[in-house]
Design a protein around this ligand. Structure first.
Ligand SMILES: NC(=O)C1=CN([C@@H]2O[C@H](COP(=O)(O)OP(=O)(O)OC[C@H]3O[C@@H](n4cnc5c(N)ncnc54)[C@H](OP(=O)(O)O)[C@@H]3O)[C@@H](O)[C@H]2O)[C@@H](O)CC1
Ligand SMILES: [K+]
Length: 489
């Protein structure tokens, strides 16, 4: 599993490693070596300006400068402040640099083919302002390639947010494990390609920090995939009840197709009489029932997963059905109108949550339901999961899946094509289809986000929501191959 460490955890890993006997000076040498290796891999010797800040990020810069110069590169070093004011490992490595140390300024960019950004890394503590902001803007405007060390300066490692202004790098070399800011927007974009290198912090030390944030890869959830048994039948693959709206019927039709493609054994759409025939004609494998039967059908435990939200309509009726489904402790997926229906009274919704429940808000729906949660996307999703007692998928390119127990995954699959009408309905259907087969809520939500993003990336430009469910068999086949034959994805 690919752990992500917060900045605080990274400092702690650093501290424990040093306590275990590895000198900080060596960690810094390893960090600088890792960056210079990545530079040498990509570029032939050229004019490079290494821009150093007053902390250990700057210390890494002095190592990089020395190693590149030793290999014949034409290196220029600038420092924010004086060498005499540097402390600890940064001071040690600055003193090993025998060349000139200039004052940090935009003049250092003139004639540079490559800029190494070692101004601020994990220790960024406030907005970049004044002359430094002018320098960062000049870095972004100059034609040289830019490599960022640890974080592009100005990007917060924990939140991915820009503090004032930030370097826009071509690639970023970081150490040990990635930080949330490498995956959360806009940090992810500012990093460019992100390379994580080992610098001598052991996996045991990382494990001792009990990381609970991960990149959303199959390792997180693949052992929970409810593959059908040879002796199985459709009734063992769950029965989804999907609440269909009267007007926006496309939403649940898309969700239903996704739930069935995800493997749900049976699916019934409930709708008012005016819309029933529309749902009935949509796909021969879908069953329909009048909405009046909702409560009766909920009494049958075989109806084990409920989807409410897409096209459901905002108001009392939707609110009642949501509360009923939650009280019945069915696996519930609440999306769109089901969430907005509780905008005035979210506590009632959260109080009713009992069984496996997944909420799938986009930012607008999230703000209506969790109006006083502020901060970065990851923190807000985690706080919302805790508050609601449900798994929360906070959607976007950098979708977060967060569980009430604190676990979270960040999506790292780039699929901008998914920003299209109906795409969220498909995701909600996918989660419901996996829950119906008995997959635990967090794993089902994470797998659904992964399948959705992979489908979007694989299809690419021209994608419409209808394409996503039809891309699922290929993706599921790959996961099946991986289980059966250990094929690497
Ligand atoms: N973890 C690891 O495994 C390893 C980590 N290593 C490296 O260490 C880096 C972390 O080093 P770090 O803690 O010294 O912090 P760093 O980013 O250099 O900045 C701190 C300085 O910047 C200043 N400052 C901050 N914001 C500012 C602003 N907006 N405007 C102006 N000033 C500002 C701040 O000032 P202060 O807040 O104290 O006033 C302080 O002086 C990490 O990113 C990695 O590269 C490797 O060497 C080895 C192993
Ligand atoms: K940096």
């Amino acid at each position: 599993m690919q752990e992500i460490l917060t900045v605080a955890q990274m400092y702690e890993a650093d501290r424990r490693t040093i306590e275990s006997g590895v000198r900080g000076e060596i960690l810094m040498e390893n960090a600088g070596q890792a960056v210079s290796d990545e530079i040498v891999k990509r570029f032939s010797p050229r004019a490079v300006s290494v821009l150093c800040g007053p902390g250990n990020n700057g210390g890494d810069g002095f190592v990089i400068a020395r190693l590149l110069r030793d290999q014949g590169w034409n290196v220029r070093v600038g420092l924010l402040g004086d060498v005499e004011k540097l402390a600890g490992d940064a001071r040690i490595h600055a003193e090993k640099w025998s060349g000139i140390v200039e004052r940090l300024s935009p003049a250092m960019l003139v004639g540079a083919d490559l800029v190494v950004d070692c101004i601020f890394g994990a220790g960024l503590s406030r907005d970049i302002e004044g002359d430094l902001a002018v320098l960062v803007t000049a870095i972004n405007e100059c034609p040289a390639a830019v490599v960022a060390v640890d974080m592009p300066s100005g990007t917060d490692g924990t939140t991915g947010q820009i503090r004032g202004v930030a370097v826009d790098a071509d690639f970023t070399v970081s150490f040990c494990r990635p930080k949330p800011g490498h995956y959360l927007l806009p940090g992810k974009d500012l990093c460019g390609q992100c390379i994580i290198r080992d610098i001598g912090i052991s996996a045991d030390i990382v494990g001792s920090l009990a990381p609970d944030i991960f990149i959303n890869t199959p390792e997180i959830w693949e052992s929970y995939i409810p593959w059908p048994a040879n002796s199985g039948h459709k009734y063992q693959r769950g029965h989804v009840l999907a609440v269909g709206g009267t007007h926006a019927t496309g939403a649940v039709r898309l969700a239903a197709r996704a739930a069935r493609r995800a493997g749900a054994g049976l699916l019934t759409v409930l709708a008012e009489p005016a819309a029933l025939s529309l749902y009935a004609q949509d796909a021969p494998g879908v069953m329909v029932a009048p909405m009046a039967k909702f409560e009766e059908l909920m009494q049958d435990p075989r109806h084990n997963a409920v989807l409410i939200g897409p096209g459901a309509g905002v108001g009392d009726e939707t609110r009642k059905r949501v509360i009923h489904a939650l009280h019945a402790a069915r696996a519930c997926v609440l999306d769109a109108d089901a969430l907005t229906s509780f905008a005035d009274d979210p506590s009632t919704l959260f109080f009713a949550v009992q069984g496996a429940t997944v909420m799938t808000p986009h930012e607008g729906e999230f703000a209506r339901l969790f109006d006083n949660l502020a901060g970065d996307k990851l923190s807000r999703a985690r706080a919302a999961a805790k508050r609601s007692g449900s798994v929360v998928i906070l959607k976007g390119t950098d979708s977060i899946v967060a569980a009430p127990d604190g676990r979270a995954v960040i999506n790292d699959v780039f699929a901008p094509w998914l920003a299209t009408a109906g795409s969220g309905d498909v995701l909600a259907g996918l989660v419901t289809g996996l829950l119906a087969q008995g997959m635990p809520a967090f794993e089902a939500a994470a797998m659904a986000v992964w399948l959705h993003a992979q489908a979007g990336q694989a299809f690419g430009p021209g994608l419409i929501a209808e394409d996503i469910p039809d891309a699922l068999p290929g993706l599921l086949a790959r996961l099946w191959q991986r289980k059966a034959h250990g094929v690497v994805m």
